[in-house]
Structures are given as C-alpha cells and as structure tokens.
Design a protein around this ligand. Structure first.
Ligand SMILES: NC(=O)c1ccc[n+]([C@@H]2O[C@H](COP(=O)([O-])OP(=O)(O)OC[C@H]3O[C@@H](n4cnc5c(N)ncnc54)[C@H](OP(=O)(O)O)[C@@H]3O)[C@@H](O)[C@H]2O)c1
Length: 250
C-alpha cells in the first residue's frame, strides 16, 4: 500500500494488521504500525520510504514485497495530495505538476507494477485505487484534484480491461470523508480559495466522518474476500464505488 504513513493509509494498515495480513507499506516517510497491532504477524511487514512519483522506486518496492512474501494479493494506491487549492488560473504551474505527478502518475506507476506482478503468477489480484467524490462532482478550487481523481477512475477502468485475462480485479474506491490531515487542510482553507469550505467545517459538529477502519472493512469485503467481493460487469474493466457511511459532501 502506498501512502501508509498517516491518514487513511495508516488506518487501513492497522486494520489489515489486526486481520493478520502481511503488509507492504510505503510513503515518503517510512510508515510504522503500532507494535501492538503488529503482534499478529511479527516481522512480516515490509516498510519502505518511496516517493510514488518515482516509477523505479515503486517497482523496487513491489519487488521487495514479493521477495519477502512470495506474492501480493491486494495492492492499494492510496497516496494522494489535495493542494494546490484555489482557482486554477491563480495556481503555480510547478505545484500543479507536483500534484499530477503524485495523484495520477503515482497511481499509474503503482498500477503498472501490480499488473506486471499479477501477470507473473497464477490467480487473481485486487488493485484498489483511492478515488473521491471529486472525480464526478466538480468543486471550485479543486480543479486539479477533481481532474486527478477522474483520471484515476479511467486508468483503473482501462488497466482492468487490459489485464482481465491475467486475473487483475480493478476497483476505484471513494472512501467518503475521513478526518485526516487532508480534511484539516480543507477546513483551514479560506472561502475565497474554496467556496464550499463551510460544508466541510460543519462535518466536525455533525460528527459526519467515516473511519479508516470502516473503509478497510469495506475494501476487504468488496474487493478482496473471494466469498463476498464484487467483480466488474462483463463489459467493464473495474468496479467503482463509494464507501457507504455518514452523509457527507466529499
Ligand atoms: N480523507 C478524506 O476524506 C478523503 C476523501 C476522498 C478521497 N481521499 C483520498 O484518500 C487518499 C488518502 O487521503 P488522506 O486523507 O489519508 O490523506 P493524508 O492524510 O494527507 O495522507 C496522504 C498520504 O499520502 C502519502 N503521500 C503523499 N505524497 C506522496 C508521494 N509523493 N509518495 C508517497 N506517498 C505520498 C503521505 O505520506 P508522506 O507525506 O509520508 O509521503 C500520506 O501517507 C488520497 O488519495 C485522497 O485523495 C481522502
């Protein structure tokens, strides 16, 4: 899993650890899982500092996980950024490029690495790419974020079509609103840059957040467990869904 150092990724890692899963975790900051959660699988966690914008680094991380555990059954491209927030016309081109390199190319690299792995061995493999309601709901101030998540949904669909015969099952999952650093950044943004900010601030009073644990349960049930997972329709390459939960605008 990418982006496992904090936020949703760290929460997913903890829940997966509680399930006794063997984990490969990366982010630019080396992820850690609290030792109490690691008890169920001891040293069987690969943790690594990886910038998802670096295709070779993502590939090397995949190789390292396969060397340790033999195969990867679930790959989660969770790493993502929201900034720059504000009208596109005012954005710094370098910041836009950083965003797209992370949210689009980072997911491209992770998806390609995992697709090659699934081709190399028998059986299915679940690719989960974190999307957002922003992929389909335009919001002023989030032009590049909305665009990046729409791109994630389409690349998930296409890689799913391309790799269907090798056993890849592709999912684009919008997690709902989870109270992470990304949400704190949204709430701290002035309304001039993000006109919908008040709706997100209100979620704190309304206790309108989903938890990472809830998102993790949903991913395991709908994307991994053979008895319950959803599979793409015959003419589709992926399954897209939003994690059900408290009513939220995100
Ligand atoms: N929170 C929500 O309500 C919400 C709603 C819809 C969708 N999402 C999506 O869910 C995902 C996780 O969001 P979050 O709220 O947990 O965000 P977050 O708290 O800001 O955490 C982002 C994670 O991505 C990692 N990351 C960022 N840039 C990276 C890079 N270049 N290479 C490797 N890792 C990188 C960060 O670690 P380092 O800084 O250590 O690299 C961190 O672990 C994102 O894709 C986001 O768009 C979140």
């Amino acid at each position: 899993m990418t982006g496992a150092s904090r936020g949703i990724g760290a929460g997913l890692a903890e829940h997966f650890a509680d399930r006794g899963m063997r984990l490969g975790l990366c982010a630019r900051t080396v992820p850690s899982v609290p030792p109490v959660r690691l008890g169920s699988f001891g040293a069987d966690a690969v943790v690594s500092a990886v910038d998802v914008r670096d295709a070779d680094a993502v590939d090397a991380f995949g190789d390292e996980v396969v060397r340790r555990f033999g195969r990867i059954d679930l790959w989660v491209n969770n790493a993502g950024v929201l900034d720059p927030i504000g009208p596109l016309a005012d954005a710094d081109p370098a910041a836009l490029a950083r965003h797209l390199d992370t949210n689009v190319l980072g997911v491209v690299h992770g998806s390609a690495t995992f697709a090659r792995h699934v081709r190399s061995r028998a059986g299915t493999g679940s690719l989960v790419n974190l999307s957002s309601g922003a992929a389909t709901s335009p919001r002023r101030g989030w032009a590049v974020y909305c665009a990046s998540k729409a791109a994630v949904e389409m690349l998930t669909e296409v890689v799913g079509l391309e790799e269907r015969d090798s056993g890849l099952l592709a999912y684009a999952v919008a997690p709902g609103v989870v109270d992470t650093d990304m949400q704190a950044l949204i709430r701290a943004t002035p309304a001039e840059s993000f006109p919908d900010v008040e709706r997100f601030r209100q979620l704190v009073d309304d206790e309108g957040f989903a938890t990472s644990e809830w998102v993790a349960r949903c991913i395991l049930e709908r994307c991994l467990d053979p008895g319950s997972r959803w599979e793409p329709e015959s003419d589709r390459g992926s399954v897209r869904f939003r994690v059900p939960g408290p009513a939220s605008p995100g």
